[in-house]
Ligand binder design. Structure first.
Ligand SMILES: [Cu+2]
Length: 180
């Protein structure tokens, strides 16, 4: 009888130990995940403040804009989300005023970068939907709001502009930005 009781106790203890082992890593991951957004936001802001020259797509305007490109963001009746125009063309070294208006019913954002950077940022936004950022190459607009980015495009190449609010990219909110 006593042996049976001991076995039952041992089993219970083993079970508890296993549970603890299971919970440990998950808890640690949750804590890391909770701590990450702040760190990433800080890193993003820091890069925005100091990394202008390092961005392949260019830098905040280094001279007066020579033209304005009007860009509209909205949802469509058939459930897509769009930028108008659907693609952008600028010249190497050109300084442009990007005048962006959200005519939709949902918040949208405009961010432009290299394709790998956009994809990395998109994955982050999917993991941390509440993530906010203050990057010079992006603007977040509530419905009806307008904003602008004054930008000098540096190198020729194919870049991308997108809205990285989760689901919006896949609903259509991305397009090529060609620097000729
Ligand atoms: Cu959007």
């Amino acid at each position: 009888m006593a042996g049976t009781a001991d076995m039952a106790t041992d089993e219970k203890i083993l079970f508890d130990t296993k549970d603890t082992r299971m919970n440990g890593p998950f808890l640690a991951l949750a804590l890391v995940a909770a701590a990450l957004p702040t760190g990433l936001m800080a890193a993003g802001t820091h890069a925005g403040g100091h990394g202008h020259a390092a961005m392949a797509i260019g830098s905040p305007a280094e001279s007066e804009p020579t033209r304005t490109i009007e860009i509209r963001m909205a949802e469509t009746e058939d459930g897509r989300m769009i930028f108008e125009p659907a693609s952008l063309d600028v010249s190497e070294g050109e300084t442009v005023r990007l005048a962006i208006t959200n005519t939709g019913a949902l918040p949208h954002e405009f961010v432009m970068d290299t394709l790998p950077n956009v994809e990395e940022h998109k994955a982050l936004m999917e993991r941390f939907p509440e993530m906010e950022h203050d990057d010079p190459n992006a603007v977040h607009l509530e419905p009806g709001e307008s904003g602008e980015i004054l930008w000098t495009f540096a190198e020729a190449g194919t870049f991308q502009f997108a809205c990285l609010i989760p689901g919006h990219y896949d609903a259509g909110m991305h397009g090529p930005l060609i620097v000729n």
